[in-house]
Design a protein around this ligand. Structure first.
Ligand SMILES: C[S@@+](CC[C@H](N)C(=O)[O-])C[C@H]1O[C@@H](n2cnc3c(N)ncnc32)[C@H](O)[C@@H]1O
Length: 330
């Protein structure tokens, strides 16, 4: 048995143990408040492996095309009002982060975790960026982008840990990837060390005054989890996003200390609940097509995951952090 198979088996055993955990005192809803923190730390600071990322994102470009917006943006949108469409709200999110990172009109921008390239296209088509580099661990996403070549875009199947740019970037943006940078089960000190490595690299790649705009799911402060929520969250950790651990906002901030100043932070859990519900509604409206592509079990899993995560945002078990950092002057 490989090391990774062994750790997966340990995780399943721990999951079963946790679901049978005895009640704790008032204020925890019968579930240990430390639920997502109590596993033994991994031996390494590596985040989700390429295999774990591909398990999720390589389910099929046609499948994701069925229920995401036309630009295939797979992260929380930014809504302006009740009548906003998902597509408009995704463009608004991109424009917000591009503006916040001072990326518009610049020469070189890095997108860490570029997905199917929605931000890269927005950077070069709408914001006059001359060269946009995207990193992903998903071969299917890279293949999708290779079918629409653009000399301004440079997409690589590469972990940011291995990225070695020849020139600095003017701005860096990362949306919905930070959630994968710490392996599941890592304790706070290990998570902070893993995130700190990321921030240290980003700082080195930016000039003084350069900005990093980061969007990530974070843990929320409502620790009264129902048993259903516990099961949903563990299901997501085991089946949907293996090897990935949600950060606390304070872990990201601590990891950035002495590397970056914080320019702004906003928390938008309602926007992610709404995004997930729109995705789920579209998926269920196209259930037959989806099942033909990926099978009934995968569609049932995504139905459960998208519904469960929307509820977790509503109840503030999860938050959605959009945080802008600036490298201090030399
Ligand atoms: C939820 S998707 C978000 C994609 C895109 N940013 C969006 O908003 O549509 C997460 C992305 O992060 C990438 N990713 C995860 N871990 C990574 C790592 N260590 N290095 C580079 N990319 C990574 C995945 O391959 C995927 O493209």
């Amino acid at each position: 048995m490989s090391e990774r198979e062994g750790s997966q088996r340990d995780r399943a055993a721990t999951t079963a143990g946790r679901l049978a955990a005895p009640r704790e005192g008032a204020g925890t809803g019968g579930v240990p408040a430390s639920l997502l923190e109590e596993r033994a730390p991994a031996a390494t600071y590596q985040g989700a492996s390429a295999a774990a990322i591909q398990h999720h994102y390589d389910l099929g470009n046609d499948f994701y095309s069925l229920w995401l917006d036309p630009e295939l943006v797979y992260s929380c949108a930014l809504y302006a009002g009740p009548d906003d469409t998902l597509a408009a709200a995704q463009h608004r999110k991109h424009d917000y982060l591009i503006t916040a990172a001072k990326a518009a009109g610049s020469d070189r921008v890095l997108d860490v975790g570029c997905g199917w390239g929605g931000l890269l296209r927005r950077l070069v088509h709408r914001h006059g960026v001359r060269h946009a580099v995207g990193l992903t661990l998903s071969q299917a996403q890279a293949d999708f982008l290779a079918r629409q070549p653009d000399e301004r875009l440079d997409v690589r199947v590469q972990n940011w840990i291995e990225h070695q740019p020849q020139e600095p970037y003017d701005a860096i943006i990362s949306i919905g990837a930070f959630e994968h940078f710490a392996d599941f089960g890592l304790r706070r000190d290990g998570k902070v060390a893993a995130y700190r490595e990321f921030f240290a690299r980003c700082r080195d790649w930016l000039p003084p005054g350069g900005r990093l705009a980061l969007q990530s799911i974070v843990k929320g402060n409502n620790t009264r989890l129902s048993k259903k929520t516990v099961r949903d969250l563990l299901f997501m950790a085991d089946v949907i996003f293996p090897e990935s651990e949600t950060p606390w906002p304070s872990e990201a901030l601590e990891a950035s200390e002495r590397l970056f100043d914080v320019v702004s932070v906003r928390n938008d859990p309602d926007h992610y609940a709404r995004t997930c519900r729109q995705w789920r509604d579209t998926l269920l409206a196209r259930r037959e097509q989806a099942e033909a592509l990926v099978g009934t079990q995968a569609v049932a899993d995504y139905d459960r995951y998208l519904g469960g995560v929307a509820d977790a945002f509503d109840r503030r078990h999860l938050g959605l952090m959009r945080i802008v950092f600036e490298r201090p002057p030399a």
